[in-house]
Design a protein around this ligand. Sequence first.
Ligand code: ADP
Length: 194
Amino acid sequence: MTIVILTGPPGCGKGTQAEIMAGRLGVPVISTGDTFRAQVAAGTELGRRAQAYLDAGEYVPDEVTNAMVLDRLTADDTRPGFLLDGYPRTLDQVAVLDEFLDAHHRHLDAVVALEVPPDELVQRLLHRAQLEHRSDDTEDVIRHRLEVYDQYTRPLIKEYAGRGRLIPVDGTGELAEVSNRILTVADSLLYPHA
Ligand code: ADP
């Protein structure tokens, strides 16, 4: 049973590394960003509520996001654990997750924080914008997303460090180098006494 949060600013490579780490751990990835985008694409009620926030680079309101994640966490495939990509992102979401884990007698194993310097993030996001055409990948929205991250999500790093759960990982360099660092962390969680 392994429960991990993967956190980091927009453009740090979270989505890619989430899949790699979850594969090693044998747990599903729960990505709030992907879930919101899928709901928008499918034209659901949740998608309609989320779309304007996504396009503007704002966070979807906590009550909407929390309800969606709590619902997902009750699915059977989370029995061996799960890896959260993009959640929690606010202190309110941290409190909701804490309460859920307590109520289910489960505990958080690690919060892995991918670290990339701000200048490189902007470069990467602009590059991705050219390739993927995500609606929130224009330069103004990118800068705004980085500000929103600094204001609401960066404080979570301190919170989890204070709990002794934080594992910082260098997110710079070749994809394979970052993956190797991530897999080393995954192995340290799977085999703590090795
Ligand atoms: P990135 O990490 O590149 O910003 P994500 O795919 O994780 O991208 O998220 C895209 C968007 O989805 C966010 O800008 C936000 O609007 C919404 N979102 C994702 N996760 C959350 C969350 N935990 N709380 C609120 N909004 C969220």
